[in-house]
Write a protein that binds this ligand. Sequence first.
Ligand code: DC
Length: 221
Amino acid sequence: MDGPGGSGKSTVAREIARRLGLRYLDTGAMYRAVTQVALESRIDIEDHNAVAELAERAVLTVGTSPDNPAIAVNGEAVDDKIRTRAVTNAVSAVAAVPAVRRRLVARQQQIIAEASPVGIVVEGRDIGSVVAPHAPVKVFLTASTEVRALRRSHQLGEKGIDDVARTLAELDRRDVLDSTRAADPLAIPDDAIVLDSTALSVQDVVDEVLRHCERVSARAS
Ligand code: DC
């Protein structure tokens, strides 16, 4: 499942995993974890060599339970630290470093292989295009920038209109960086279904994805 920030990917992906009894992987959390450690270690995130070296050394422990997708770096839980504004604003730069992507994509492919034969729902930006190009079901989830900013603000507990405006500007900036970077940009795979959740409830989107899974499974049997 791919899509921009605030499109509802995490909520939908976790619910699909629960409903189908599958594992779950949030690849954005892996890029966030590397970013969090880089910021904490006071590494200049524009220094690609330093960031790549840190990603090479960092030992990521990634949980794949849809109810508790815990993530740790070098044995330290970072779940509470990876959703801060500082990490959110720095993560696109870290995720654009090709060596970081190579390292994390390889790890993601390993986690996907380990989830076999149960299966796994994986969310990110390049899952259908790069990480799992042979995935049987590909979903690209999107929504208007305004609705995505409102959802993000709500998650962050923000209430003021200025906060929403700031979140919208930051989301816009991150969308541009994630979509235009040279390495594995956010892309809609040819064989993905595209769902626009702007006017849909979580339940509507989950139902639509489940119907699509049934269609794919009927075609395969
Ligand atoms: O989904 P998210 O907001 O937690 O993702 C954090 C950042 O990581 C986002 O700016 C893009 C990047 N990312 C990526 O480049 N590739 C992925 N597969 C997942 C996330």
